[in-house]
Write a protein that binds this ligand. Structure first.
Ligand SMILES: Cc1ncc(COP(=O)(O)O)c(C=O)c1O
Length: 520
């Protein structure tokens, strides 16, 4: 619960204040004298105080001091390039950054004021829809799409569209429309749980099993009933990066003559599979696929804050969800959760699409695939068991777990903590329910994870395992793990700022089954 910030009481603040114990008078014969402070950053009165945290200060502070103090504070954050937990882009070319900075002050929703930015979004929608094989060659194709903050917003919108379409059909047939459900793999990213919960749709899970971490198409289709609004199929699951078999789900639905749409969650795979695995049929080539989301900020290669959703036809995007926003006399159709947002990310996406082209994306994605295969071979050589695919059959990530036959007493979480000490963020997760609490580690291979950085990681994984083996042999594993748990995490002094109020939630797959809601 990092993001739901807790508001501290005055008592909490007083309890945490260690200042009264320090005798500041002892610093000089005259005690504290405001005149002793200079205008230099570290000689200033601000450098002698903690940064304001609970109350907006009454006075200003000089801008260079504010800049330096915040910059210093941020140095305790991790290094984005060493964060191998995340799919989200950590490198863009300076020209892209410049375009994005130049657009910081543009509110994207203000179509009338910034018509070119709006048009750039539409150009991106067109390119992405074609990348996903929308049948634009057919004259009556009426596809549409929008940019979003990320795949989560895109998935919320897609869920709303599926729900509304289903409700309209039920009501038109004079049937009950109060119990919608959606079918998905229990290894879905947490945004699907959120979408279902926020919009009152029952979650129907196809559970993973030991050795199968993707949806079983037959089980998925067997679960469909008259209240099903749609099936989610994932192109690149968050945990093992495997591509779910959307074609098999599509074919079964057709075979059984079931009217049930498929939404493909291509958050990560949407910008990988078309380049690495173009013959894989997962997109609008399949007639039951009605909408697809992709994160521009993952393998779309843009900094965080952009996603996309494309619908095959207005039939799958009911009118009641669309609002016409009137700006200075012009109507623009809008389907978003938020209203105002920056234009920079959409512009960054356009830059990448036209700067790299298909050839550029393909060469980057092929390099990532090669690096992932190299790392996969290395961890297998070290004795780990591989859970992800190689040779471009899945996302360029490496998911692996300890070989149970080796009988180690330490687990994947211990290795993750050990690696943190070297600066690497390689997360450990507990798999989705019914997979025997399988633990795994996952390295996401991103654009800036070069072969030489990969070699450094391999050496450090080996070092971490050797260290843990030594501690295990000395019978000191428990103390060691406790030490790492308490001291090697990044949150440190920020720990007390986390919101513990909801930490015992029991409603989600994490709360109920111990599955880790992975960061992505
Ligand atoms: C399969 C899948 N769907 C959805 C999401 C959420 O994406 P975003 O972070 O763009 O909201 C993720 C994040 O990793 C994901 O892996």
């Amino acid at each position: 619960m990092v993001h739901l910030g807790r508001v501290f009481t005055d008592k909490d603040i007083a309890d945490n204040n260690i200042l009264p114990d320090i005798d500041e008078q002892a610093l000089g014969p005259g005690g504290i004298d405001e005149n002793e402070f200079t205008t230099s950053v570290y000689g200033s009165v601000h450098a002698a105080r903690d940064l304001p945290k609970h109350q907006m200060p009454d006075d200003e502070m000089p801008r260079e001091i504010a800049y330096r103090m915040i910059k210093d504070d941020l140095t305790l954050d991790g290094t984005p390039t060493l964060n191998l937990a995340s799919f989200v882009t950590t490198y863009m070319e300076p020209e892209a950054e410049k375009l994005m900075v130049d657009a910081f002050n543009k509110n994207f929703i203000d179509y009338e004021e910034y018509p070119v930015s709006a048009d750039i979004q539409n150009r991106c929608v067109n390119m992405i829809a074609r990348l996903f094989n929308i049948p634009a060659h057919e004259e009556n194709t009426n596809a549409m799409g929008t940019s979003t903050i990320g795949s989560s917003e895109a998935i919320m919108l897609a869920t709303l569209a599926m729900k509304k379409r289903w409700q309209n059909k039920r009501k038109a047939a004079g049937k009950d429309a109060s119990k919608p459900n959606i079918i998905m793999n229990s290894a879905v990213q947490v945004c699907w749980e959120k979408a279902a919960r926020y919009f009152d749709v029952e979650e129907k899970y196809v559970y993973c099993e030991e050795g199968r971490y993707v949806i079983d198409p037959k089980q998925a289709v067997d679960l469909v009933d008259e209240n099903t609004i749609g099936i989610c199929s994932i192109l690149g699951t968050t945990y093992t990066g495997q591509y779910e078999d959307t074609k098999a789900i599509n074919d079964l639905l057709i075979q059984r003559n079931i009217d049930c749409p498929i939404h493909v969650d291509a958050a990560s795979g949407g910008f990988v599979a078309p380049f690495v695995n173009p013959d894989l049929v997962w997109d609008f080539r399949l007639e039951k696929v009605v909408s697809i989301n992709v994160s521009g900020h993952k393998y779309g290669l843009v900094y965080p804050g952009v996603g996309w959703c494309v619908w095959r036809d207005p039939e799958f995007l009911p009118k009641e969800l669309i609002f016409n926003i009137n700006y200075l006399g012009a109507d623009q159709a809008s389907f978003t959760l938020n209203f105002s947002r920056g234009a920079s990310q959409v512009i960054g996406q356009y830059y990448q699409l036209i700067r790299l082209g298909r050839k550029g994306y393909r060469s980057i994605m092929l390099n990532l695939t090669r690096t992932a295969d190299y790392l996969a071979a290395a961890v297998q050589k070290m004795g780990f068991q591989l859970m992800s695919q190689t040779r471009g059959q899945g996302l360029p990530l490496v998911a692996f777990h300890l070989n149970k036959a080796h009988g180690h007493k330490f687990d994947e979480f211990a290795i993750a903590h050990q690696l943190r000490q070297r600066g690497w963020v390689v997360p450990a997760y507990t798999m989705a329910p019914h997979a025997k609490q399988q633990k795994l580690m996952r390295v996401v291979v991103r654009e800036d994870f070069s072969r030489s950085r990969c070699d450094a990681l391999i050496a450090d994984i080996k070092l971490a395992v050797d260290e843990l083996k030594k501690v295990e042999a000395a019978g000191k594993l428990e103390q060691h793990q406790e030490h790492l748990r308490n001291h090697a995490t990044r949150t440190g002094k920020h720990q007390s700022r986390m919101n513990q109020h909801y930490s015992d939630e029991k409603h989600s797959l994490q709360g109920k089954h111990g599955k880790t809601h992975g960061v992505c």
